[in-house]
Design a protein around this ligand. Structure first.
Ligand SMILES: Cc1ncc(COP(=O)(O)O)c(C=O)c1O
Length: 431
């Protein structure tokens, strides 16, 4: 058995039958024996501009030769300042500062700490509670796991943070199955937050954290009016609202951030993945001027936020991030996503009558095709689709019996049709 312990992988099964890639280009991975595999998940929701973008590759190479590493603890380099400026320029109005991390998980844990520290700095140290939501994924740090809503990720590692509560998923398949984009909610789901606020006493709550669109838990767009109401309740009660945009940032929904697309601005945005087009690990916590300013009141010369990573604002990541933003702008990647969304929606929903399909959800260039589970073996059918599509040179991601699609945003209409035809054929074939 190899010494490599793979993450989120059945290691023994994988090592008996490894799935390896040797190269990548545009919409495809390339296997060691030269097969070109259509990538329907953008690596892992990251490679929004497609693989091996030359300007990004060259920027990383040049940066490695120029300045390989400098920490940002009491020193830094121009790239960090430049990238922070470029990010705040495309973020919603009011988001004014960026704290750099190396991943989505680090971004989430950093955001939760910033939220608690914000209240303490303002004299409200008793505001500690964090409210997450069912089905949400916020990475694997102990903070992110605590607010996340996927039980099997949490159960082996408890006890997690104590002062946490969760909202329910604002979705009822009996009413909303096969709805397109944001559905009309049958009830005011956000009323549940009002109830939790009353239950816990608002003066004990630091933050509410949600993915504006639930991603890896199954692509659930927010019902109409839901995020607006969360925003209003948080503002009313002095609670910070955090949007985890690790998946939804950087063009995935046809705008720089889902916050912009959905018209709701949180106090804090976490991001990663598409920030560097997946080419170098990097994450960021984007905060409002109000959040940053709360930290800047103490004595000058004192470290305001005792937090950070050796590799925060790593020069290679900053170079990749800057080149990625150039690619997004110069190649009109966000606009491409917006332009293909209607075709994508139509194509994905054409699978409604395919065998085993019980629900389809979509927004931006994201979609979930949910299958009925096999009797007694939940997840087996999704795994079978994963294998059968790979045999047909297509990389498809499944979360149990939910097929998740999030391809590079450069995808063509022909490639979308190919995905749909392949999935339909595979579903007809498998039990
Ligand atoms: C919404 C969300 N938050 C956080 C993370 C964690 O990111 P990472 O794997 O880079 O730590 C992910 C990863 O998929 C995510 O989808």
């Amino acid at each position: 058995m190899s010494p490599f312990w793979l993450p989120f992988t059945a290691n023994r099964a994988f090592k008996a039958s490894p799935r390896l890639f040797a190269g990548a280009e545009g919409m495809h991975y390339i296997t060691p024996d030269g097969r070109r595999i259509l990538d329907t998940i953008a690596g892992l929701w990251c490679v929004n501009a497609g693989h091996a973008q030359r300007p990004i590759v060259e920027a990383i190479q040049a940066q490695a030769a120029r300045l390989d590493f400098v920490s940002s603890f009491q020193m830094s380099h121009a790239g960090g300042f430049e990238l922070a400026g470029r990010l705040t320029a495309i973020a919603p109005a009011g988001i004014e500062h960026v704290f750099f991390t190396n991943s989505g998980s680090e971004s989430v844990d950093t955001a939760l700490k910033i939220a608690r520290g914000y209240h303490r700095a303002r004299g409200h140290a008793e505001r500690l509670k964090l409210i997450g939501r069912a089905k949400s994924y916020h990475g694997v740090g102990l903070g992110g796991l605590s607010v996340a809503g996927i039980p099997r990720h949490k159960l082996p590692f408890g006890p997690l943070l104590a002062d946490v509560d969760h909202l329910a998923l604002p979705y009822d398949p009996k009413v909303s199955a096969f709805s397109r984009g944001q559905s009309d909610p049958p009830v005011d789901y956000a009323q549940e937050l009002a109830a939790l606020i009353a239950l816990h006493d608002p003066s004990t709550i630091a933050a509410v954290i949600v993915e504006p669109i639930t991603g890896s838990g199954g692509v659930y767009p927010p019902p109409k009016g839901y995020l607006e109401r969360l925003r209003q309740l948080c503002t009313q009660h002095g609670i910070l609202l955090i949007f985890d945009e690790v998946i939804t940032g950087f063009g995935r929904v046809g705008a720089a951030f889902a916050s912009e697309r959905l018209g709701v601005t949180p106090d804090i945005i976490t991001c990663a993945k598409g920030m560097t087009n997946g080419a170098v690990p990097m994450g960021g916590v984007l905060v409002s001027g109000d959040v940053y300013d709360a930290y800047m009141d103490g004595p000058e010369g004192q470290i305001e936020l005792p937090h950070g990573y050796t590799y925060s604002a790593h020069p290679l990541a900053c170079a990749a991030g800057l080149a990625t933003l150039d690619v997004y702008r110069d190649q009109g990647i966000f606009e491409q996503a917006a332009a293909i969304e209607g075709f994508w929606e139509e194509a994905m929903h054409s699978l409604k009558d395919a065998r085993h399909v019980v629900d389809i959800r979509n927004i931006g260039v994201l979609a979930a095709v949910e299958l009925a589970p096999r009797e007694g073996t939940a997840g087996a059918r999704g795994a079978a689709v994963n294998k059968a599509t790979f045999d047909r040179d297509m990389l498809v991601r499944n979360a149990g019996d939910i097929l998740l699609f999030s391809p590079p945003l450069i995808i063509s209409r022909g490639e979308i049709e190919h995905i749909v035809d392949t999935v339909r054929a595979v579903l007809a074939d498998i039990d």
